[in-house]
Write a protein that binds this ligand. Structure first.
Ligand code: DGL
Length: 274
C-alpha cells in the first residue's frame, strides 16, 4: 500500500479518545483512521505505571499490525506514563501525543506564565505536563521570566461525562470543588488534560471565566497535520476515507456514548481481544 494511504492509528483507554478522532476528521478529512479503545480495561487514570505500560504495549502491537503510518496517543494518562516505551516500540514511525501538543498550545496562549492543568490522578502524579512545559522552555523564556504550572486531579469528572452529564448541576458542583485552587493562583490558561474534558468545555468556560481553555484534541490534530506534512505523508486521494473502530469490549450504551464523543456514526465497530 502507498505509504500516504495508510491509516492514522489512534488509541485510548476507552471511549474518550474519540474526541481526538473527531478533531482529526475535521483537520484531516481525507485521512483513513484506525482507532483502538481499551473499553474492557478502562479507566487507566487510576492504574499504576507498570500496568499502563503493559496494556498500551499490547495496543501498539495491534496498531503496528494494522500498518498505520503514524501513532496518536489520544489518552493523556497513557502519554503521561508510557510515552517513552511507546516511542521505543514505534521506532522511526512518528508518535504524537496529547501532552506535547497541549503543552505547546498552553505556552502559546498564556500571557502571564501561570498555567493550570486538570487531569486524572495518574496524569497529575506523573507531573507530565509541568515536565513537558519545562522541556519547552525555549518557547516561553522570552515571553515570561518564570512559568508556573498548577495541577488538579479531577477523579469524578470522567464518570460524570460518560453518564452524559455535560450540562448538569452535579458536574458544575464538581468543577466548583476542583477549580478554586487553580483560580486562586490566578492562572490565565487551563489545559484540559483528559480526553473527556472537551465535552464539558461550555461548562468550564462558565466556571473559569476569562481563562484560555486548551483543548488537547484540536491541538493534537494540528500536530498530526504538521508531522504528516513535514514527512510528506498526507493522503491527497479523493476517495471517501475509511474509519475503523476496534474496542476490547462493547459495554452497555457504548455506541450512544461513543457517538456523543465522535459527533458522527460509529459504523465499522469491531470487538477484539488483545
Ligand atoms: N483517557 C483518559 C485520559 O485522557 C481518561 C479515562 C481513563 O482514566 O482511562 O486521561
Amino acid at each position: 500500500m502507498l505509504q500516504e494511504k495508510k491509516a492514522i492509528g489512534v488509541f485510548d483507554s476507552g471511549v474518550g479518545g474519540l474526541t481526538v478522532v473527531r478533531a482529526l476528521r475535521e483537520r484531516l478529512p481525507r485521512e483513513n483512521i484506525v482507532y483502538f479503545g481499551d473499553t474492557a480495561r478502562v479507566p487507566y487514570g487510576t492504574k499504576s505505571r507498570n500496568t499502563i505500560e503493559q496494556f498500551s504495549g499490547q495496543i501498539v502491537e495491534f496498531l503496528l499490525e494494522q500498518q498505520v503510518k503514524v501513532l496518536v496517543i489520544a489518552c493523556n494518562t497513557i502519554a503521561a506514563v508510557a510515552g517513552t516505551k511507546i516511542r521505543q516500540m514505534a521506532g522511526k514511525m512518528p508518535v504524537i501525543d496529547v501532552i506535547g501538543a497541549g503543552a505547546e498550545a498552553a505556552i502559546a496562549a498564556s500571557t502571564t506564565g501561570k498555567i493550570g492543568v486538570i487531569a486524572t490522578s495518574t496524569t497529575v502524579n506523573s507531573k507530565a505536563y509541568p515536565k513537558a512545559i519545562e522541556e519547552r522552555k525555549h518557547l516561553w523564556q522570552d515571553k515570561f521570566a518564570v512559568c508556573r504550572v498548577f495541577s488538579e486531579a479531577c477523579s469524578v469528572l470522567v464518570p460524570l461525562i460518560e453518564e452524559g452529564w455535560l450540562d448538569n448541576e452535579v458536574t458544575r458542583l464538581a468543577l466548583r470543588e476542583y477549580l478554586p485552587p487553580l483560580l486562586q493562583e490566578k492562572i490565565d490558561t487551563l489545559i484540559l488534560g483528559c480526553t473527556h474534558y472537551p465535552l464539558i468545555k461550555p461548562l468550564l468556560a462558565e466556571e473559569a471565566k476569562g481563562i484560555n481553555l486548551v483543548d488537547s484534541s484540536t491541538t493534537t490534530a494540528e500536530a498530526v497535520y504538521r508531522v504528516l506534512w513535514e514527512k510528506n505523508l498526507l493522503n491527497n486521494q479523493e476517495e471517501k476515507p475509511d474509519y475503523r473502530f476496534f474496542v476490547s469490549d462493547i459495554p452497555l450504551r457504548f455506541r450512544a456514548i461513543g457517538e456523543q464523543f465522535l459527533q458522527f456514526p460509529l459504523e465499522q465497530l469491531e470487538m477484539i481481544s488483545l
